[in-house]
Design a protein around this ligand. Structure first.
Ligand code: NAP
Ligand code: GLV
Length: 311
């Protein structure tokens, strides 16, 4: 049996219909269904489970995150660490992220925020973009499943791309920087900085004034990692001073972003409501069903969370 906690109870019929197609033998129940027999739950598909609930399932064999980032699951102090935790990274997820990053980078290059504000005022604000997107080097912090696909798609647009990760990568057309020792050299060459890092203790608060000071003046920022990585007042101050020229921010510490937050109305920021990449339920069900089937054959589970690394 699979217990689901993702998308609200109203999403259960869709989950059940998708799993009926991809894993016909699998019973799918809502996590807090009063009739759920906890001893029968072998798999859980969750986004932000109630702390302690996963630990209360005595026959749990694998936990599937409903997203690629599983920080809202690992935040549970009672998380059963010996049960494998699978991040949700189907091809549709990386594709959607790549599309979002390309859109965000092009929106910064073509000053989409400026045009939206002018349209709202019915103002014919004719201007010439000062550069083309392929004249601006994009640096991606985090070259994992998401960052690598985004890098490939940007390269496909003819945009120069670099990446920074803990370990060095070899991706055609992408300059790889690795580790803390190479971070500042990487930042110094980023005309647009994309953050695709996971939420860990090391990445908490990294998008702040000291990092922005390392970027070329007038750099753009695309933040799609997690809200705990940014200091919003520092982003606004860097935009006001011209150190940053524009930002696209998809993730926030408090979601939904409170209506009174000044980020909403800043002329340099495009706010998006944590939509960069969420694969359809059908695609996620297909991914989970395939993983359960492979697990049943004794094969390894994909995209496992590593407790020692924290991502
Ligand atoms: P991933 O495959 O685990 O990749 C993480 C990348 O970050 C790896 O390249 C890793 O380096 C690098 N990294 C981690 N800690 C680092 C550090 N301290 N210094 C330098 N590099 C570090 O994760 P993913 O699937 O690409 O997803 C990344 C994150 O994107 C998720 O955790 C989530 O927060 C976010 N996300 C957001 C959305 C959205 O809709 N906004 C959707 C999906 C994901 P190594 O390769 O060397 O290990
Ligand atoms: C979404 O934020 C995800 O981690 O998949």
């Amino acid at each position: 049996m699979l217990a689901v906690q993702s998308g609200g109870l109203e999403s259960l019929p869709e989950w059940q219909a998708c799993f009926a197609e991809y894993a016909p033998g699998l019973e799918v129940r809502w996590w807090d269904d009063p009739e759920l027999i906890r001893e029968r739950v072998e798999f859980a598909l969750v986004w932000n489970p109630k702390p302690g609930w996963l630990a209360s399932l005595p026959r749990l064999q694998a936990i599937f995150g409903a997203g690629a980032g599983v920080d809202s699951i690992t935040a549970d102090p009672h998380l059963p660490r010996m049960v494998p935790l699978v991040r949700c990274v189907p091809p549709e997820g990386t594709q959607r992220m790549g599309e979002f990053i390309c859109w965000a980078v092009l929106s910064l290059a073509r000053q989409a925020r400026r045009m939206t504000l002018a349209q709202t005022d019915r103002r014919w604000d004719w201007f010439e973009p000062p550069f083309t997107a392929n004249e601006r080097r994009v640096g991606i912090m985090g070259l994992g499943a998401m960052g690598q696909r985004a890098a490939e798609m940007l390269v496909g647009l003819g945009i120069p791309v670099m990446g920074w990760s803990r370990t060095r990568k070899s991706i055609p057309g992408v300059e790889s920087y690795a580790g803390d020792a190479e971070r500042d050299a990487f930042l110094a060459r980023c005309d647009v900085l994309v953050c695709l890092l996971p939420a860990t203790e090391e990445t908490r608060g990294v998008l702040a004034a000291p990092l922005f000071a390392r970027l070329p003046r007038g750099a753009g920022l695309v933040q799609v990692g997690r809200g705990q990585q940014q200091v919003l007042p520092d982003i606004l101050a860097a935009l006001d001073s011209g150190q940053l020229s524009g930002a696209v921010i998809d993730v926030f510490d408090a979601e939904p972003l409170p209506a009174e937050d000044p980020v909403w109305v800043h002329p340099g920021v495009i706010v998006t409501p944590h939509v960069a990449s969420l694969p359809s339920r059908r695609e996620r069900a297909r991914y989970v069903a395939a993983a359960i089937e492979a697990f049943g054959r004794g094969e390894a589970l994909p995209n496992l969370y590593d407790h020692a690394r924290g991502y």
